[in-house]
Design a protein around this ligand. Structure first.
Ligand SMILES: [Zn+2]
Length: 74
């Protein structure tokens, strides 16, 4: 299928394909784990106490960039 394309065009086709997969995944799975906390909680060293994460509001989830662009998520 790609054999008749020159190498540059082949690279473009592959990149567009990867972009399509990335965009589709942003539609299906709009959230990723918050990178700064453990499930929305910042735990004390003992693990018994915690405060809510200010970045994700304690939800522990983060809307992915592509999903935000697509208007998905919160
Ligand atoms: Zn967080």
């Amino acid at each position: 299928m790609l054999a008749h394309l020159d190498p540059t065009a082949r690279v473009v086709v592959v990149l567009v394909g990867l972009l399509a997969v990335y965009v589709l995944s942003g539609f299906i799975w709009p959230y990723t784990a918050c990178p700064t906390c453990d499930g929305g909680k910042h735990r004390s060293p003992t693990g018994k106490n915690w405060r809510s994460c200010g970045k994700c509001g304690g939800s522990g989830k983060k809307v992915r960039l592509i999903s935000r662009i697509l208007g998905r998520g919160d």
